[in-house]
Write a protein that binds this ligand. Sequence first.
Ligand code: PHE
Length: 458
Amino acid sequence: MSNKRSSFRNRFSFYLLAIGSACGLGNLWRFPYIVGENGGGAFLLLYVFLALTVGLSLLIAELMLGRFTELSLLAASRKLVQSSGKKGYALIGWFSLLLTAIILSYYSVISGWVLHYLTQFVTSLYHEDSVQYLSKTSVSVLLQSGSLQFMLASVHLLITTTVVLKGFSDGFEQKIASLLPLFGILVIVLLFGSLSRDSNRDVLRFLFYPDFSKLNWSSLSHALGHVFFTLSLGFGTMVTFGGYLKGNEDHLPTIGLRVTIVDTLISIVAVLLVFPIAFSSSKQLATDPSLLFDVMPVFLSSIKGGILFGLIFFLFLWLAALNASIGLLETVTANITDMNPKLRRPLAASLAGMFVLFLTVFPAFSSSIFKNVSILGRSLIEFLDSALINVCLPIAAVGIVFVFVKTLKPAQREKMFVNDKMPTSIVMYSHWGVIIKWVVPILVGTALVMSLIGVAIR
Ligand code: PHE
């Protein structure tokens, strides 16, 4: 009896950890504007399909690699170097590690935006006309001030580093993640308000009537990149988390499926929340990173009790971003300490935090000091977002597939995948094998070639 309870508690904690890492700014901030940028319904359909096939398959593989090796990605790839003699294999681990640090720097800047809105809602309470006060808050104020963005990102990163450095991140992450259901309830309450707008018919048409002519050359890489980003794949985060399941008999495909479903549902709720407001408040649909920040304050200050709702909304959103950031920094720290066991955790976490802080300068000042930098017709932050998530992350994901296939023998994979009590797992096993070994690399290659063609003919 007591055993049963503790194993349930472990499993529950694990779900909190994995779902907490998956659900973050990717769902609420990034997904809506990516859907808008790629024309709505057809992209949404493509995204859901890829999440449930490619995303789910890779999630299972990353968890399996972690449970099997009990190592972080860098250490697992270095082990491959020892067994094969091929030094180049370690590059896979290094590539993911560097990518994780760069993405955390960029993620911290956006988390800083959330902090800014949170403070605006708090200070609005002290103004007679809160609505009037909030109407002056806009993303452009933030974009004009690189130092404000840098300061906010630094505060966010400092809190993240303190949690990871103290080593209580596991418990902390779980505590924050256990607040997620409350956040879910708040979002659903707001959803009723948003869905009662008269722009609804247009929105439902935009989101659920797939018009495939709206897809463009880069839509496939946008969809794939976002699937990896939102499910925390390609970073090695899920490999690290999989290590926590050592000795645990839980069926990994079932865990992966549940995490994928929850994450995908939250993303769909996010678009249902944002688009009705965006459609009714402007003729021109914003399809850039400011979308969520442009629509939510306007909407919140227009409803009854909206200031309080807004305050709680941005607080939860920031906590979700903090949780995801802890997962990212935890991954970097675990990779460093695995590689160099003599290095103590607080030192490793501080070094990682300082390195990320240095990188933060670039996204934070992209619209001020670096505002004249234009790469392929995009601003620095837009270029970073696209290059990191749509190009580098899918490449890193293929690298992890490679380490996975080289490390686990087919019999070992089958043992962890097939569950005798679930006949479907036998059928799914062969599909999963094909997706991991063939579909993921071919699809990533195709997406990258198509994006290149798109850039060339623009
Ligand atoms: N999945 C998170 C999001 O959607 C981002 C993230 C990636 C968090 C990797 C941790 C690790 O916001």
